[in-house]
Design a binder for this molecule. Structure first.
Ligand SMILES: Nc1ncnc2c1ncn2[C@@H]1O[C@H](COP(=O)(O)OP(=O)(O)OP(=O)(O)O)[C@@H](O)[C@H]1O
Ligand SMILES: [Mg+2]
Length: 155
C-alpha cells in the first residue's frame, strides 16, 4: 500500500516526519528479530535529511541531525525511555557508498538485526539487498522549489 503526502515547506516535512515516527512507534512493538528500518529514497536535495531532522526533534534527541559529508553512519542513543523499548536512532547515508561490502564492514548486519534500533537509511535503494524483508520505504519527489511529494510504502 502506498500513501502520498504533499509537503509545502521544510517545516512541513519535519512535521510529517514527527507525525510518522510518533504514530508508527505507538503501534509498532519492538520486534523480536530485527530493527525498525526505514529506507529514504529520492534525488539530492529532495528532503531526506530534513525528514530525519523532524524525526530527531519529535524523539527529543539533544544532538542535531545533519547531512553527513563523509560519514556513513551515526547513532543517537535515547537518553529517556519513552520510545517503547527502542534504545537508539541510527542515521545512515549511503550516497557515497561504492560497494556494499563497505557498509557490511561497518557492522550493518549487526545493526539491522538488533531489535532496539530505529534505522533511517538515506539512499537505502543502494543497499536494498541487505535490507530486512519488512521495512518502510519513503520516496521523496521534488515538484517545485518548496514542494515535495512523500510516498510512503507501508510494509
Ligand atoms: N517541502 C520541503 N521539504 C523538505 N525540504 C525542502 C522543502 N522545500 C524546500 N526544501 C529544501 O530542500 C533541501 C532539502 O535538503 P536535504 O538535505 O533534506 O535533502 P536530501 O534529500 O537529504 O539530499 P541528499 O541526498 O543530498 O542527502 C533543504 O535545503 C530544504 O530547505
Ligand atoms: Mg541528506
Amino acid at each position: 500500500m502506498k500513501l502520498k503526502i504533499i509537503s509545502e515547506s521544510p517545516k512541513e516535512t519535519q512535521e510529517i516526519a514527527g507525525f510518522f515516527i510518533k504514530s508508527v512507534l505507538k503501534r509498532e512493538p519492538v520486534s523480536n528479530k530485527q530493527a525498525f528500518v526505514v529506507s529514504l529514497e529520492g534525488d539530492l536535495g529532495s528532503g531526506k535529511t530534513e525528514f530525519l531532522k523532524g524525526v530527531a526533534k519529535s524523539l527529543k534527541l539533544k544532538e542535531k541531525v545533519f547531512s553527513p559529508t563523509f560519514l556513513i553512519m551515526k547513532s543517537f542513543p535515547f537518553s529517556n525511555k519513552i520510545k517503547n523499548s527502542f534504545k537508539t536512532l541510527w542515521h545512515l547515508d549511503c550516497y557515497r557508498l561504492e560497494k556494499i561490502k563497505e557498509i557490511e564492514s561497518l557492522g550493518f548486519k549487526e545493526i539491522i538485526s538488533e531489535p532496539t534500533n530505529i534505522i533511517f537509511i538515506e539512499w537505502g535503494n543502494k543497499v536494498k539487498k541487505l535490507l530486512p524483508l519488512k521495512h518502510w520505504k519513503i520516496k521523496f519527489k521534488m515538484l517545485e522549489k518548496n514542494t515535495r511529494i512523500l510516498e510512503f510504502y507501508i510494509p
